[in-house]
Design a protein around this ligand. Sequence first.
Ligand code: CA
Length: 389
Amino acid sequence: MKITKIVSHVLQYDMPEELGYSQQFYARRSAHLVEVQTDDGIVGWGECFGPGNIAIANKGIVEKVIQPMILGDDPLDRDVIWHKVYNLMRDHGQKGMPMQSLSGVDIALWDIAGKVAGLPIHKLIGGAHRNKVQAYGYGMMLKRESVEDHVARFADEAAAIRDMGFLGAKMKVGLGPKKDVKLCEAVRRGVGDDFKFMVDANHCYTTSDAFYVGRALEDLDAYWFEEPVAPEDLDGYRELRAGLKVNISGGEAEFNRWGWRQILENRGLDIAQPEVCALGGISEYLRVLALCHAHFTPVINHVWGSAIAVATNLQLLAAMPPLPGGLNPWEPMLEFDTTDNKFRDDLLANPLDIQGQVKSSGGYVSIPQAPGIGVEPDMEFIKRFEIAS
Ligand code: CA
């Protein structure tokens, strides 16, 4: 079996409204799907993390840098391919866009391996530790509006996410520490006393500002405080984790086993959030997961992107061993973006209908059982939204 062609599909559409997080506003949704074709007709699908112009640049890396390295290789040799590509790109990118690009290719190779075996990826990894996974919803994005309008909207949206059936709600912050605490209070009011809520700063704080917000989160009994400081600030993470009661989470902007080794040995995370579509694909995710568990750090995957990314993560969440295990074990969750995303909701011929599943099953989502990642994109849909580049 041979790889005959690798195609990147960058999809985009203008969203009904502009949304923001602590770093920027955005008005366009994008997705970057990777299609690996083979000589016996099996096609594998993967996805690369990275929106907008990042996706367009990553398409160039996938098609012009990685493709020539592995054309003609056996797609089942995915670990050999991973190391060949990584070693050849090492001098030019051990983190960031080259790793995002390799991730999409690696996921597609796992999809092919599953299709050849006739098994879903969770079976290839070693089986399902759970047949359904609980989901949390994120929303409560920043907008160009007053603090008062944010406060009112966040309280309403928090209640709406709870009422959709999700088992937790995650909000953005980024207006500044004092204003952000007002938003967090609004979300606690919105969801009520006995409901999980999480706060995502997208690394906008200094360590001292993160302590200020983090102490308020302790009083509000928030479940986790995500990316409080810059991912490079390992000392800041360690100090925050040692000094705050709220769980410190992060890691979506970290790459491969060597990057993860550093943040885990630094002891700065209560909860690790690896992003499979960025850190190096499924092959590398499994190594990072083992590293996290070697440090007894629980994992809740970072999930962003299209239905391909969601299905990939469902496979991985099914196959994640319990840590440390028990009659009533700590369980991972599926991260689910409740804002407008056609590439997640309408990409598949048979949609996952996550929102419908969450609503009807008390916050749970089932694991796709078809071979590979378990879903197939609709080529007509892809053609409709693919941008020329
Ligand atoms: Ca995040």
